[in-house]
Design a protein around this ligand. Structure first.
Ligand code: ATP
Length: 513
């Protein structure tokens, strides 16, 4: 655990030091759970967004994009259920006066049981060596089974109590498990209360005529209210999808863990409209397709898992999360939800307008069912960034810090380095830069010894360094160094563009899907 915390601390300081993420309004002591993306962060974020957009919109004939407004008519949020049910159960510790999400306290308790299981696995791996069969161990070891059953029972009870709005039982569970306030160690808790997460604001100049609005807590509703507009204007046939990326706002109670849980964040959502009755197959389809998208980035199969929901949201008939191994454990990265016809029907009711599709094959109209895939762009950023940040021991006994970002996502694709600041080398390096910058984000760096410049590029996540030396004057060749392997190759200047393009192209990466 200590090592994991260290890792997380490194992630935070590296993100700041290398211009990826800054605390918002830092000179005024910062604003809690709000962050700014700096010169490198904005590029990484843009590339992740594009990687998603290409996979979802460009590569699917039947999915189109949308950019709906953040402000929406207040009735939207009544219809969607957010006014009445977008709540988190909160609990206060009377001694520390700290406020927590009751469900998160319980989930953290279960995560500790999971950590105990991992510890047992580690011990057994050591004891049995090559003969160790992990799957069999997990299925048969008494202690492991005990932890697993206990965790499952706790989550089930919590899910059922939340579903029934039995908040007294949620508190009882916290007391029975003897969960203490992480800050004070005290078990002196208030009752559990519901807290609505939407931010309110006002539209209009005078107090009397002002209209109460909400900042959208998800992008999905903008898609639902435009369903028919897009279907008609695009002559879309079911099944089809509408995708959008954009800001969402939630007044999160527990906003820690850096950009994992923010009050202003960005979502990438896709609503897929289908014939009622086909939701099971489409649910499986999108679960698999989304997992493949994650796998295509090569960040390690072991770092992902599905978590099927016991507690379903008011709109869903099936739901699963894709969880990622963040530095603080496995947590939700993306949700795949089978939303039935809940949203479109609710908007029909509240707006008085029909939101139906005429199916020519069936010769009848119906309200389509919906499958949703919903991923937080900032959470994906944290997954990529934290997984890529590595300390490597080198053969010569030194270490290097390297940010092994998938090359397709890296903010800067290549750094161009003249070996020395004279003899015409900077001029050639600048010419290479000017040529490559039509196609890629590239950087020029002539300060310090070349070894230090390599380290700087490694820590920045730049996949290639291109060094111009005295031989270049004779042979028009340069040295290209690969960040991950540190291998160096001598290549013609004229070949650079193709070499880089091959490694960073969306096709190369997305084709793995
Ligand atoms: P959680 O249980 O972690 O609060 P959620 O189930 O409420 O998340 P959804 O409403 O399903 O999340 O939102 C879809 C996705 O949006 C999540 O999988 C996550 O990646 C992202 N997301 C949700 N809330 C936040 C937040 N406060 N900060 C950053 N990303 C978020």
């Amino acid at each position: 655990m200590a090592k994991q915390l260290d890792k997380f601390k490194n992630v935070l300081s590296h993100a700041k030091e290398y211009g990826y993420v800054f605390q918002s309004s830092e000179i005024y002591e910062g604003l809690s759970a709000v962050y700014d993306y700096a010169q490198n962060g904005v590029e990484l974020k843009k590339n992740i967004r594009e990687y998603w957009w290409k996979a979802m919109v460009q590569m699917n004939e039947n999915i189109v994009g949308l950019d709906s407004a953040i402000f929406m008519h207040p009735k939207v949020w009544k219809a969607s259920g957010h006014v009445d049910a977008f709540n988190d159960p909160l609990i206060d510790n009377k001694d520390s006066k700290k406020r927590y999400r009751a469900d998160v306290l319980i989930e953290d308790y279960v995560a500790k049981l999971d950590a105990k299981i991992e510890k047992e696995v580690k011990k057994a791996t050591k004891r049995f060596g090559d003969a160790f069969d992990k799957a069999e161990f997990l299925a048969t070891n008494g202690r492991v089974i005990g932890y697993k059953e206990k965790g499952a029972a706790i989550l089930k009870r919590m899910g059922q109590s939340l579903e029934k709005e039995d908040l007294a039982d949620v508190k009882a569970l916290i007391e029975e498990l003897e969960i203490a306030c992480p800050l004070s160690g005290s078990k002196n808790w208030t009752d559990v209360k519901q807290f609505n997460l939407m931010f309110g604001t006002k539209l209009g100049a005078s107090a009397e005529s002002a209209m109460d609005l909400y900042l959208r807590p998800e992008t999905a509703q903008g898609i639902f209210v435009n369903f028919l507009n897009v279907q008609k204007s695009g002559r879309m046939k079911i099944p089809f999808g509408i995708a959008q990326t954009g800001k969402a706002f939630r007044n999160e109670i527990v906003a820690r863990q850096f950009i994992f849980r923010m009050r202003e964040f960005e979502q990438m959502e896709m609503q897929f409209f289908i014939k009622p009755g086909t939701q099971k197959e489409w649910y499986e389809h999108w679960k698999e397709a989304r997992m493949k998208w994650h796998m295509s980035l090569g960040m390690g199969e072991d770092n992902y898992r599905f978590h099927d929901h016991d507690k379903l949201a008011h709109y869903a008939d099936a739901a699963a999360d894709i969880e990622f191994r963040f530095p603080f454990g496995f947590k939700e990265l993306e949700g795949i939800h089978s939303r039935t016809d809940f949203d479109l029907k609710a908007h029909e009711e509240h707006s008085g307008k029909k939101l139906q599709y005429f199916d020519h094959e069936e010769n009848k109209s119906y309200v389509p069912y919906v499958l949703e895939t919903s991923i937080g762009l900032d959470r994906m950023f944290l997954a990529v960034f934290s997984n890529s940040l590595q300390e490597e021991e080198l053969e010569n006994g030194t270490t290097r810090t390297v940010l092994k970002l998938p090359a397709v996502l890296a903010p800067t694709k290549a750094a161009i380095l003249p070996l020395v600041k004279k003899d015409g080398l900077p001029e050639i390096a600048r010419k290479i830069l000017e040529d490559l910058q039509w196609d890629f984000n590239v950087a020029y760096d002539e300060k310090d010894a070349v070894g230090r410049r390599y380290r700087r590029a490694d820590a920045n996540g730049t996949p290639f360094c291109i060094t111009v030396d005295h031989d270049t004057l004779e042979d028009n060749m340069v040295t290209i160094r690969h960040r991950d392997t540190m291998e160096q190759q001598r290549v013609k200047i004229s070949e650079l563009k193709d070499i880089i393009a091959q490694e960073v192209s969306f096709k190369k990466w997305l084709a793995k899907m």
